[in-house]
Design a protein around this ligand. Sequence first.
Ligand code: HEC
Length: 153
Amino acid sequence: MLKPSLAALVAVALIAVVAVGLPAGTAIATDTAAAAIAARKKVFDDFKNAMQAIKGVFDARGPLADVVPHAEVLSAGAARLPGLFPLESAHGDTKTRATLWDDFPAIERQFDTLGTTATTLATAGAAGDFAAAVGAFRAIAGGCKGCHDDYRL
Ligand code: HEC
């Protein structure tokens, strides 16, 4: 008598766990995805502002050291971005092409290159080397466009 009723209780408990657990798990995945999408868009928007600010420094012919904080925004963001594309964030309010996840090692290399070139830009800016700073800026801008052409909708 006792055994079947315990088994029944366990079965009911298991069903309850599955019923409550599944939607909760789905909600967590959706939250993670939405948070990652929002966070990477913020980083990219900061990139856009940084690039405009750097161009403004060049247009005004300096002071060249003013590019340094903006270049640092780029290098800090480049370090964060590889962690802001979890697989579940392929869906949602995003313009990222699904192929980005197939090519993720190449994406990591592009962000790595962006970080390195931004550091070169900061160094050139601090040193007052206009030609080197402009060269690094052009390389960065080419990297933005190249990735967008390939991986952004
Ligand atoms: C290695 C790939 C890659 C590089 C490099 C890259 N981007 Fe992007 N960018 C993306 C992807 C993918 C998206 C789409 C993000 C989304 O909607 O999930 C994006 C989105 C954006 C957006 C739109 C953000 C929004 O609010 O929707 C801006 C602005 C942007 N990038 C600027 C830049 C700038 C400026 C650079 C260079 C300094 C840059 N990106 C470098 C891949 C890249």
